[in-house]
Structures are given as C-alpha cells and as structure tokens.
Design a protein. Structure first.
Length: 199
C-alpha cells in the first residue's frame, strides 16, 4: 500500500514538473532562481571584501565595492521576485489543468457512480487534490530547490577556498542528518499508527 502510494506520488511530481504546457516556464523560472542565488552569494562575497577593507584600517572604503554589493543585492531580490511570480503562475496553471482533467473524467462516469457517491465527498476530494498540487509546487520550487542551490554553491566555494576535507565532512554530516531524520519520522509515524489502532 505504502509502495503504491509512494509510486503514485512520484508519478504526480514528474507529471507536474514535466507538464508539457509549463515546461518552458519551469526552465525560465529555474534559470531566474539560479541567477538570483548566484547573485546573492556573490553579494555575500563582496560583503566579506568590504569587511576585510575595514579590518585593514583603510580610511576610505572603496566605493565601487559598496556599489557593487548593493547592485548585486538588488539584482538578487529582483530575480527572486520574478522567479516566485513565475512559480506561482505555474502552480495555478497546473492546478487549473488538473481540475479540468478531473471534471472531464467525472463527466464520463456512469450515473450509478453519482447515486452511490455524495457530491460533498467529490468536492472535498478535488479540493484536497488542489491543495496537494499547490503543496508539492511550494515545497519543491520555493523551499527545496533554492536551499539545494545555495548548498551546492556554498560547497563549491568551500571546496575552492578551504581544505577539501571540510566540504566532505559537511556532505557526510548532511547525509547522516537526513538518514536519522527519516528514521525518526518513520518511527513517529508507526507509533502514531499503533496508537490509532489501539483506540
């Protein structure tokens, strides 16, 4: 049962991400997101340079560094904003397409289905599906993807700037954290399920 549900969830995610009508928008939004994260990390690097100049007790702060820093921050925020707008548009477009698909399927069903199924149950299922699609988009495109991009950029910077062993240790720590977190979530899930069964 869990395996079938997992496969169904993966198929839904693939269908949403590689949805034919939104593929170009997804690529565009991803590129904007990539540029925004690179600009943000670039602005942080410029910030480090500005602080280093202050540490060197320079009487005059190089204005070009400060201007570059502000421009990079502005560029990063604008790209992030456009990326979020595109992802929001994609989410609404996908939800609309899926809801239309569901209603077309409902129209093809026989009258016996409607005599045994309440209208409220159908509407509730559709709303749950809409919320699920929106949640998947929000989780992957707004939270997971930007975090992964930042993590990769930071790892590359640490790998170039510092000892390679530091990057390896960070990756191993993250893998261990994910494994332990997954184990903890599964354990909690089974514990809650057993409590419900006992009730």
């Amino acid at each position: 049962m869990n395996k079938n549900l997992h496969n169904a969830s993966l198929n839904l995610i693939k269908e949403i991400i590689f949805f034919r009508k939104t593929k170009l928008k997804i690529i565009g939004a991803f590129l904007l997101l990539l540029i925004a994260r690179a600009a943000m990390l670039g602005s942080l690097y410029l910030y480090i340079l500005v602080i280093d100049c202050l540490n060197n007790k320079l009487l005059v702060l190089p204005m070009y560094l400060l201007i570059l820093y502000l421009l990079m921050r502005l560029f990063s925020e604008i790209n992030s904003l456009w990326s979020n707008i595109l992802f929001s548009s994609l989410s609404q477009q996908t939800v609309k397409a899926k809801v239309i698909e569901v209603f077309r399927h409902l129209q093809k069903l026989s009258s016996s289905f409607y005599t045994h199924t309440k209208t409220g149950e159908i509407a509730s299922s559709i709303m749950k599906g809409v919320r699920s699609i929106e949640f998947i988009y929000q989780s992957i495109m707004v939270y997971l993807l930007p975090s992964l991009l930042e993590f990769v950029f930071i790892l590359i910077y640490l790998f170039i700037k510092f000892d390679k062993s530091l990057s390896i240790m960070i990756v191993l720590s993250l893998i261990i954290y994910v494994i332990l977190s997954s184990y903890g979530i599964k354990k909690q899930h089974f514990s809650d399920f057993n409590q419900i069964k006992q009730i």
